[in-house]
Design a protein around this ligand. Structure first.
Ligand code: S3P
Length: 439
């Protein structure tokens, strides 16, 4: 467990690029692995979570290679032609790999066992097991619907209409991916819109998808059995990774930083909206399209932030960004209130409880509620720091990086107990922090 103390930083300056979007990277490997022919992927995130997806797709019959210039080439197995893996599929820390892959396999007549690390093995899988069982797959999960879990796919599977009981892009995607190899029309009804990378990219790979609205709810229909055709994917930078730098530059005095090539799909960009509501100075430059997704460079300068009440309706578009938003709130003038964050309790860690403990250890006044945190900001004064305590990250990369950012605006530094999980989503994080703060 490599611990690290993050200390007060000089102004963050210059230009930097964060790695490729994690959600898009997983999908690019999976869909290319199902297309017949050769796809090329550039800008792929080479973090442990995505590498777990690549390894699993290889076990299922896709040929996947990386060339020295960082381009990934995939020769897909074809929808309906995945092969039974000889060994368990090790999903590491990655909930997205697990849930999307369960969807893929649910409509293939093969058996596979999913395993993961201690964090992933505590996370709920019934949210995908329920709809995929309705489609005909069967599961033997560990107590409470967790990993290790054996899946027996159905061939043919049965199309269903499934209304999402939780706002989850992973559950939506699992059902749609099962629908790819299911004869007939599989439909997902989404009462609250979640990230739409699956819909965008599957359409690009040639799947027949219809997106409509019924009674104010989004409805996505997929026609099986689909043939996917190969395509080249250019993965934009991950807004969830950029968020750490947007907050860091906002709270470290005199910072002026450009974060290049950030995906700004409206289903992901809530953090920019909320930081601006708090008074952040974020300017979009060079707006363009990359890989079918809106992208811009973001220039962020230090600003005096104000506490706000965060509208719960915006939660799905920034569900992964709350830990670092809490850090912004800790440096703001006044109080920030968040609610509607129940899903944060079942991420890589219980992000409400873990961030409440971490911020308290760093000297912040925080109140924890069932579905959110109330944070009393310092008005720009540096946080005290963790002096005689250590932040416990619980195998959660976003806790480690959020508290690293808190350390940059602290008097005595913030000690994070374990920085290893950062490699799941952002392997260059430590280098980029160093680079931006040594200009
Ligand atoms: C993801 C969806 C979100 C998010 C996760 C990635 C995806 O999870 O937290 O990091 O790629 O579909 P939920 O669908 O569980 O909200």
């Amino acid at each position: 467990m490599p611990s690290h103390t993050f200390t007060s930083s000089p102004p963050l300056k210059g230009r930097l690029r964060v790695p490729g979007d994690k959600s898009i990277s997983h999908r690019a490997l999976m869909f290319a692995g199902l297309a017949v022919g050769r796809s090329r992927i550039t800008g792929l995130l080479e973090g442990e979570d995505v590498l777990a997806t690549a390894a699993a797709m290889r076990q299922l019959g896709a040929q996947i290679e990386r060339s020295e210039d960082g381009t990934w080439t995939v020769h897909g197995a074809g929808v309906g032609s995945l092969v039974e893996p000889h060994a368990a599929l090790d999903m590491g820390n990655s909930g997205t790999s697990t849930r999307l892959m369960m969807g893929l396999l649910a409509s293939h007549g093969i058996t596979a066992t999913f395993v993961g690390d201690a964090s992933l093995s505590g996370r709920p899988m019934n949210r995908v097991i329920d709809p995929l069982s309705q489609m005909g797959a069967s599961f033997e999960a560990s107590a409470g619907g967790t990993l290790p879990c054996m899946l027996r796919g159905a061939s043919p599977a049965v199309p269903i209409t499934y209304r999402l009981p939780v706002a989850s892009a992973q559950v939506k995607s699992a059902v749609l991916l099962a629908g790819l190899n299911t004869p007939g029309i599989t439909r997902v009804v989404e009462p609250v819109a979640t990230r739409d990378h699956t819909e965008r990219m599957l359409t690009g790979f040639g799947a027949n998808l219809e997106i409509g609205e019924e009674n104010g709810e989004r409805v996505i229909a997929i026609h099986g059995e689909a043939d996917l055709k190969p395509m080249d994917v250019d993965v934009p930078g991950d807004p969830s990774s950029a968020a750490f730098f947007l907050v860091a530059a906002s709270i470290v005095p005199d910072s002026d930083l450009v974060v290049e090539n950030i995906g700004l799909n409206p289903t992901r960009a809530g953090i920019v909206t909320v930081l601006r509501q708090m008074g952040a100075d974020i300017e979009e430059q060079n707006r363009r399209e990359v890989g079918g997704e809106p992208v811009a460079d973001l220039r962020v300068r230090h600003a005096a932030l104000e506490g706000i009440e965060v509208d719960p309706a915006i939660v799905p578009s920034m569900v992964d960004e709350f830990p670092v938003l809490f850090v912004a709130a800790a440096l703001a003038q006044g109080t920030t209130r968040t609610s509607g964050l129940d899903e944060l309790r079942v991420k890589e860690s219980d992000r409400i409880a873990v961030m409440a403990a971490a911020l308290t250890a760093a000297g912040v006044r925080v109140e924890e509620h069932e579905d959110g945190l109330t944070i009393h900001g310092t008005g720009g004064e540096p946080l005290r720091g963790t002096s005689n305590a250590r932040v416990k990250t619980h195998l959660d990369h976003r806790i480690a990086m959020s508290m690293a950012v808190a350390g940059l605006a602290s008097s005595s530094g913030v000690e994070v107990d374990d920085t290893a999980p950062i490699a799941t989503s952002f392997p260059t994080f430590m280098d980029l922090i160093e680079q931006a703060s040594s200009r």
